[in-house]
Design a protein around this ligand. Structure first.
Ligand SMILES: [Zn+2]
Length: 300
């Protein structure tokens, strides 16, 4: 499933092709993409809109039009976007939508599992919509250890589950959470509220490093993800633990283990990432007398 680095790679590649261009013709072939609205009606609304900017928030791609309206694209599990020159669109049974731009080129949306969504929002709907669903942007300066610490305080959920919750940090998914926790040497099942200040500071750095590594290699192509020019990302060749059960930890050589955490397959090093640490024991004693703040889960 595309995570922040994959969506950011798509954004960077598409930006020069779409900004300033007008949506000349829009064909939406899958009602699931825009439901509960009619594909024909949404396509008609999009035609004539000119792109002012292509942004990203978490795993959302944000097409901002000059009119102030926004097309919010979420790729979910298997969505991807291609940009091709005029007349170069090859047959594809999994294509769900095509936007013909005013320079003749096409932006094609492909989605095998069909969980992706396109939402057309009015100008005043965009910020409230995103703010309800997303926490801080991890690569922005405002994302600090203090801010992450506030989001984790009092939470008994495993740190893995807390980081998959998009309201804790926006844009992380199964891959980059495992990679960040390995970098920070934090066990995925540690109760989120038991990390001390030093551990949260290290985790904050590790999240940024894991995401930057992914962006630098154009994301990870495990199944369906590819860049808008049809190339595969290379991050999957550089995973430290993700998907590497039984292989040696790059830090200490101990075989990587696979468990379930936050409802997901989770890879970690049982030697570098200990569950029973002095910090965890101390935090457990502290919180024994304190009521825990309950927290709902969201992995949108
Ligand atoms: Zn290790």
């Amino acid at each position: 499933m595309p995570e922040l680095p994959e969506v950011e790679t798509i954004r960077l590649a598409l930006e020069p092709h779409v900004v300033g261009r007008r949506f000349e013709r829009v064909d939406i072939d899958d009602p699931r993409l825009v439901r509960p609205f009619e594909p024909v009606a949404v396509a008609a609304e999009l035609e004539g809109e000119r792109v002012a900017a292509l942004d990203r928030r978490g795993k959302y791609l944000i097409v901002r039009f000059e009119s102030g309206r926004v097309l919010l694209i979420h790729l979910r599990m298997t969505g991807s976007l291609r940009h091709v020159a005029d007349g170069a669109l090859a047959d594809d049974p999994h294509r769900r939508a095509v936007v013909k731009l005013d320079d003749g080129s096409d932006v094609a949306y492909r989605d095998v599992r069909r969980f992706g969504t396109w939402q057309l929002l009015e100008p005043d709907e965009v910020d409230p919509y995103l703010q309800r669903r997303l926490g801080g942007e991890p690569l922005e300066r405002a994302f600090t250890a203090r801010r992450l610490s506030e989001r984790l305080a009092g939470r008994r959920a495993p740190i893995k589950a807390a980081l998959l919750d998009q309201r804790t940090v926006a844009g992380l998914g199964n891959i980059y959470v495992d990679e960040a926790l390995w970098r920070a040497q934090v066990h995925p099942l540690r109760p989120a509220g038991t990390l001390d200040a030093d551990e949260v500071a290290e985790l904050t750095r590790s999240i940024r490093e894991a995401l930057r590594a992914g962006i630098a290699r154009q994301g990870a192509s495990l199944r369906d993800y590819s860049t808008p020019d049809g190339r595969r990302g290379r991050m999957q060749e550089r995973f430290r633990v993700y998907g590497r059960a039984g292989e040696p930890c790059p830090r200490c050589g101990t075989p990587v283990d696979k468990i379930r955490a936050g409802g997901r397959g989770t890879w970690y090093c049982p030697n570098c990432q200990r569950l029973d640490t002095p910090q965890a024991r101390q935090a457990a004693r502290r919180s024994a007398r304190r009521p825990s703040r309950s927290s709902r889960q969201s992995s949108v």
